[in-house]
Design a protein around this ligand. Structure first.
Ligand code: PMP
Length: 434
């Protein structure tokens, strides 16, 4: 039976019968059997602090979320063609968290689906096809969203950039093309150039899509005025602005509930996913009344699972737990504490080239003294941290960024444990040879 399969047997079954392009974390993969709060527990009973998981937002297997899912599953699970109060309860609670302009919701099941729908809305509403997106961005695994995810383009075995996609340089004020105080405007100028070029070809913009903090890009915090300027350019050309909050939403920023709010902009469409259902497949597209009206061309939008009572009950409970357990405040306080501790480590260990992020969405780069990215050191650090009982992920175009985005129940004590273990590894010979 599966319970008696050894790790080797599971690996060989996966190799034989599961898609070859699936990947596994770590060279010696983990066999996780249980989750609890910030912890994941393996088949030997070893506990790991999970700093990599921004899906199990209110903590792994949160009892209230589990209970409401079990209860609703035992009563009814159908689709949105019947009336049900849970979809209203959840929609009301979620709309309270959004700017009033974003007053209409569509329920789907994954971040990919949410972005797929957002792009389709933008194309339908504007009657245009051209999309602006950010370099190293990732928006999902379906055809259209892969087409705006430069993270997955050619170099990585992905497909070529579609001709209607226009990639704007990564607005990275630490390592990017522009780094000065006004670099937000300089980066936003690329959007102006794209719009200009399109106009010369008698084309126009359907949408700009971007994460408000760029996660796969390496926890990049876009510079001041970047989004304001890009939004202005895109809107003047008649395009819509889509904020992908799949990773960054639901209070993780600490200061704000959504990352776009840090930059003082209101998108036309917001997509949400991962944390919405705390691990249960639930994703949402929020849009303005105007977008929703124009998207309604007469064709039905139907989604078999989207908006079902189980998902909605779970989504509503996730919002309640965020509120009841003050998790946004925790992101602000614990995230602030952790960031200051990481800055302290940076003083001690010059291999840490940059510490950045907001709330419980942080990252740091490993570089040599000439700012050359140290990918092998990042991989070593993440492997060693696993041995010490902490799971961390690496990313960024140069694979040298350690990302920290734990469940939001991550406490000051967890932060202290993380930092003390980082220190152990940072003192090791490998980390000091570069
Ligand atoms: N947008 C962003 C920013 C993401 O990080 C991801 C998933 N990594 C997606 C969209 C796609 O979400 P899903 O995997 O749920 O389809």
């Amino acid at each position: 039976t599966p319970e008696t399969y050894s790790n080797e047997q599971i690996i060989s079954f996966r190799k034989e019968h599961l898609g070859k392009s699936l990947s596994l974390s770590y060279s010696d993969p983990l066999h996780i059997v249980r989750g609890e709060g910030v912890y994941l527990i393996d088949s030997d009973g070893k506990k790991y602090i999970d700093t990599a998981n921004n899906v199990n937002h209110v903590g792994h297997q949160h009892p209230e979320v589990v209970a409401v899912g079990q209860q609703q599953m035992a009563v009814l699970n159908t689709n949105t063609r019947y009336l049900h109060k849970e979809i209203v309860n959840y929609a009301e609670a979620l709309l309270k968290k959004l700017p009033k302009e974003l007053s209409v919701l569509h329920f789907v099941n994954s971040g990919s689906e949410a972005n797929e729908l957002a792009l389709r809305m933008a194309k339908t509403v504007t009657k245009q096809k051209d999309i602006l997106a950010i370099e190293v961005g990732y928006h999902g695994n379906t055809n259209s969203v892969m087409g705006v995810s430069s993270y997955k383009f050619e170099g990585k075995g992905g497909f070529p950039k579609p001709k209607h996609t226009h990639i704007l340089p990564l607005p990275d004020s630490y390592r990017g093309k522009h780094t000065g105080a006004d670099c937000g405007i300089e980066y936003a100028d690329y959007a102006k150039q794209v719009v200009q070029n399109l106009k010369e070809k008698k084309r126009n913009v359907a949408a700009f899509i971007g994460e408000s903090m760029i996660s796969c890009g390496g926890q990049i915090v876009p510079p001041k005025n970047y989004f304001k300027e890009v939004y202005k350019t895109v809107r003047e050309a008649g395009g819509l602005c889509i904020a992908d909050e799949v990773q960054t939403g639901f209070g993780r920023m600490g200061k704000t509930f959504w990352a776009f709010e840090l930059f003082d902009v209101v998108p036309d469409i917001v997509t949400m996913g991962k944390p919405a259902g705390n691990g249960h497949p639930l994703a949402i597209v929020a849009c303005t009344k105007e977008v929703s009206e124009k998207f309604h061309t007469g064709m039905e939008f139907f989604n078999t699972f989207g908006g079902n009572p189980v998902s909605c009950a779970i989504g509503r409970t996730v919002l309640e737990v965020i509120e009841d357990e003050n998790l946004q405040e925790n992101a602000l306080e614990t995230g602030g504490f952790l960031k200051s501790e990481l800055l302290q480590l940076q003083n001690e260990f010059p291999i840490i080239g940059d510490v950045r992020g907001e709330g419980l969405f942080l990252g740091f780069e490993l570089n040599d003294t000439n700012k050359k990215p140290l990918a092998e050191h990042a991989a070593y650090l993440s492997d060693r941290m696993k041995t010490l009982g902490v799971l961390m992920s690496t990313d960024g175009p140069d694979y040298n960024v350690l990302k920290i985005k734990p469940p939001m129940v991550f406490s000051k004590e967890h932060a202290e444990e993380l930092v003390s273990k980082l220190k152990i590894v940072l003192e090791e010979d490998f980390m000091n040879a570069y």
